[in-house]
Write a protein that binds this ligand. Structure first.
Ligand code: FAD
Ligand code: SIN
Length: 543
């Protein structure tokens, strides 16, 4: 990957401190979808932290939801999405995404994504909360295939420049204009740290799309990759954009429990294809006590809470997920990557159960956008997991999030193309000011604070919440914010420091949102307010 970064940086030549037509931050499903649409008419620069395939997209397993079966309908998919989302979804968004899903899949097929097929039709698997088989997939490693196809198309496009190894720090707005210092909220681009040289560059553009993924790493246990530190959400908040429903953090029920391998997901499709959850102490299935009708295929919040309750009640370290009653060839055929990975760890899923625990998995809240991907800030669009579009509500339905990336990545790009003549060229902007900072002499502070945030977020702001726990978390956040701001004001930025600042900002937004919701709904479950209010209301934070 080192090699790739070098080559692509060279290809982009003097991209630093230059203006582009459109700037995209993030090279996952949302960012690259937008880039490919925009590149039909405009020149696009895509910036990414670390490697180009370092986001969650590359790790997605189960697949992408779309109504493709004759017996299924858009209404079914809409209903399932809104049931999972506990009524907090915005119906027009759900309709927009569901109705655009088949087209999004067709576009991926055109790009060469090798979806599994059977007798001439795409194979559809099933996951929790879906009333029909509706998930297109590439074995049990859909995300890697999608990421590969999108990257290939982007690399081959003459209008797209890919620049990995850039950690974006903050937006360039009216405050940073060199000549007139308008102070407006207009976004003109970003300041980004070149991870190799340690220099901060200014990248400006007529329009910017934020596609930086989620904030999962704010939790001690998460299936998300290392870079999911909520950077884009924190940047947008600092620049003045509203964020919404940040308390709705999704915990996936089945992350592998292993002392060395901490964040390996066991796809929900294992339960979709017959996997059973078993209490290792009693040797019995337990989902009947929590959701007798839907059992293992209840929505994620229900299954994750059930596992959490069993673990706490019986003092367990994990529960068992067992699909070994199915024929070995079937299991190997459906889940080749998971099977091989587990076998390497000494677990044979064709012969016995897999130890699993819940772990943070998806950020349902984020930067508030409309159906065109516009944020509150002129010139700034957003798409994918960093946003709150109204699709997921209080809990995301499985395999709806890659879909959201494709639909909103395209919607944002098309809106920019439609409005192109109204976007002014960016003005000259001020260079990043390093005159008052020095190199850090105490990087241990960063590591200590990272660990502390992730631990108290897991313990106090996890699957089951209380007023007291949230208050404790808020108190810790206030103390750490003072410390981190002081550190940030004195030392030269590094990726670790930028991420720590954003992680803390994300934790703050999550806790503030959780404290503002005085009911239990979907993923927000609190012992102090167990009731669900008659009316579903978004938690919208205004900077
Ligand atoms: P990402 O793919 O996360 O990409 C984020 C991009 O932003 C990266 O390029 C990153 O480098 C860049 N970035 C971040 N911060 C900065 C910064 N400061 N500066 C510059 N660049 C930055 N969803 C499904 O629908 N189906 C599934 O089967 C599925 N399985 C999943 C399995 C796992 C293990 C995980 C973790 C998630 C899964 N999801 C699944 C969720 C889904 O993968 C994500 O929601 C989706 O891929 C997010 O795409 P994105 O484009 O918004 O962001
Ligand atoms: C999974 O494969 O279980 C993850 C699917 C998703 O997150 O949508």
């Amino acid at each position: 990957m080192e090699m790739e970064q070098q080559v692509e940086s060279e290809r982009s030549g003097g991209a630093a401190d230059h203006a582009h037509d459109v700037l995209i931050i993030g090279s996952g499903a949302a960012g690259l979808t937008a880039a490919l649409v925009l590149a039909e008419q405009r020149r696009v620069l895509v910036l990414a932290k670390g490697a180009l395939d370092g986001g969650s997209t590359n790790w997605a397993q189960g697949g992408i939801a779309a109504v493709l079966d004759e017996g299924d309908t858009f209404d079914n998919h809409i209903r399932d999405t809104m049931i999972a989302g506990a009524g907090l979804n915005r119906r027009e968004t759900v309709e927009f995404v569901v109705e655009n899903a088949p087209r999004a899949i067709a576009r991926l097929v055109e790009l060469g994504v090798p979806f599994n097929a059977e007798a001439g039709s795409l194979h559809l698997t099933r996951e929790g909360g879906h009333s029909h088989r509706r998930i297109v997939h590439v074995d049990d490693a859909t995300g890697a295939a999608v990421q590969k196809a999108l990257l290939k198309a982007a690399r081959e496009h003459p209008n797209i420049t890919l620049l990995p190894g850039r950690t974006c720090i903050d937006f360039i707005t009216g405050r940073h204009e060199a000549a007139r210092y308008s102070g407006s909220g207009r976004v003109w681009g970003v300041y980004a740290l070149d991870e190799a040289s340690g220099k901060v560059e200014a990248h400006t553009a007529r329009a910017t799309i934020l596609a930086t993924g989620g904030a999962g790493r704010v939790y001690q246990f998460s299936t998300a990759p290392r870079g999911a530190t909520g950077d884009g959400i924190a940047m947008a908040w600092r620049a003045g954009a509203r964020v919404s429903n940040m308390e709705m953090m999704q915990f996936h029920p089945t992350c592998l429990y292993h002392l060395e391998v901490k964040n390996f997901l066991i796809t929900e499709a294992v339960r979709g294809e017959g996997g059973r959850l078993i209490n290792p102490r009693t040797g019995k299935r337990f989902m009947a006590f929590y959701d007798a009708e839907r059992m293992e295929l209840a929505p994620r919040d229900v299954v994750a809470r059930a596992i959490d309750a069993e673990i706490k009640r019986f003092g367990l370290d994990y529960v068992h997920l067992d699909i070994s009653h199915m024929p070995a060839d079937f299991v190997r055929g459906h889940f080749p990557n998971i099977h091989d990975k587990l076998l390497g760890l000494g677990i044979d899923m064709t012969r016995g159960p897999i130890p699993v625990v819940p772990a943070q998995h998806y950020t349902c809240g984020g930067v508030l956008i409309d159906l065109t991907g516009r944020t509150d800030l002129p010139g700034l669009y957003a798409a994918g997991e960093c946003t709150e579009s109204g699709l997921h509500g209080a809990n995301r339905l499985a395999s709806n999030s890659l879909l959201e990336c494709f639909v909103f990545g395209e919607a944002a790009a098309r809106d920019i193309l439609r409005r192109w003549d109204s976007f002014e060229a960016p003005p000259p902007v001020r260079a990043w000011d390093e005159s008052r900072v020095t190199d850090s002499d105490e990087e241990v502070v960063i590591k200590q604070n990272w660990t502390e945030i992730r631990r108290f977020m897991w313990n106090y702001v996890g699957i089951v919440r209380t007023n007291k726990r949230l208050e404790r978390a808020a108190h810790r956040i206030a103390l750490l914010t003072e410390e981190v701001n002081d550190y940030y004001g004195h030392f030269r930025v590094t990726t670790d420091l930028i991420e720590l600042r954003n992680l803390l900002q994300s934790a703050d937004l999550i806790v503030r949102s959780a404290r503002a919701r005085h009911e239990s709904r979907g993923l927000h479950y609190t012992l102090d307010h167990p009731q669900t209010d008659a009316e579903a209301r978004d938690t919208v934070l205004v900077p």
